[in-house]
Write a protein that binds this ligand. Sequence first.
Ligand code: UD1
Ligand code: MG
Length: 450
Amino acid sequence: MTAKAGIILAAGQGTRMKSAKPKVMHEVAHLPMLGHVIAAMRGAGIERIVVVTAPQMEDVRALAAHFGAETAIQDKQLGTGHAAASAKSALGDFTGAVLINNGDMPLARADMMRESLDSAAKSGLSVVAFRPQDPAHYGRVILDKDGLLDRIVEYKDASAEQRAVDLCCAGTYSAANAAKFFEWAAKLKSDNAQGEYYLPEVPLVAKADGVKSAVTVTDEVTVMGVNSRAELALAEAAMQQRLRAKLLNDGVGMLAPETVFLSHDTVIEADAQIGPYVVFGPGVTVRGGAQIKSHSHLEGAEVGKGALVGPYARLRPGAVLEEDVHIGNFVEVKKARIEKGAKANHLTYIGDARVGAGANIGAGTITCNYDGYDKHFTDIGAGAFIGSDTALVAPVKIGDGVITAAGSVITKDVEANALAVARGEQRQIAGWAAKFRARKAAEKAAKGKK
Ligand code: UD1
Ligand code: MG
């Protein structure tokens, strides 16, 4: 098998985004666009990946390194062809196949890339094209009478006749031999409407060298380019649709999938049931048979088999719900393990804690975990019954089987199987209420006579 390298063009600031953040760092389904393109390349069997960045883009280089990719610097943003050529500094005399991809294509798929590489293996050079509903500003792909590539014309350089062509340049290109590709890219000229070195013109240079480019056609969604906030929102919508479809196909139940928002890494097992308007942040796993009811928000959390969550629950990073746990409405759990079968059904905050198996947490219970400086741990034993409106002032340890009286403020450890009561004692003054009402009635009557 030929070795394969990938080049990702990411040196453009993305001015149409109107953002201080470089374009490829903007996220789709909680993963920067750059991460999506790198993942697709890996899926296509590409071993070496070089991300081309502008000199000041330290953060993009750090992100690329985080994803295990190499980086190269394009000194000046002289166009996509110039950017691709800049990757030579990293790839040196690599002679395997190379796939070049725009960094602003978050929906790029591995099989689209593989098809492009296979096509280049036969023809020498291959470009990916698509037919968008609105070809707008995309480069136009002009075919010759044999269906091979004649040339690609940028929208700004195209004649009215060329603009009428609906086959567009996707921003993915493959060459069978990286050394040849760099040779061609070095010969690009910038005598065009934008005064830039256009990557889509590499096929013209190759043609002069006797290599006719092939074209593979893919669907619009896979190669949609993100150049503005509006296009970012469209890409997000398309990605959400793709993620939902995959989960449904894997056996996850969803009453209203179009209202469920997923993260690129959301794991939900078959036979879990997700209600309407549930939002998943990054790092969530939901096991089979669990139910996440409507309007819940989860991130960095694990939901065990058969657990019930919501409606209106919030699971924050480090929340681990074991099997058959119930977390009900207006309950927030953060960095806490809720052991098998424990329940917190209403209006509760559990943070920096362990709740033992089978414990019951009454409505209004709060783990007071923060003193303004540090976080402290609350340990609740198995089978404990925490009365409604208990404040557990951490650090504190509640033994197995303990009962706390409703309204208690617990500041000291409680031994197993004890009752802890920590609230003002109730007094009763016989007849006081009736006397109070009589006095008020008399006052009102006196005022009325004046
Ligand atoms: C480009 C193509 C167009 C194609 C479209 C598909 C060119 C000249 N045009 O247009 O034919 O239909 O993509 O989405 O290639 N970049 C650099 N250095 C530069 C300029 C750009 O690294 O000097 C990077 C950008 O960061 C971006 C990618 O190249 O990731 C594409 O640049 P962009 O400005 O988005 O090109 P388009 O106008 O979308
Ligand atoms: Mg673009």
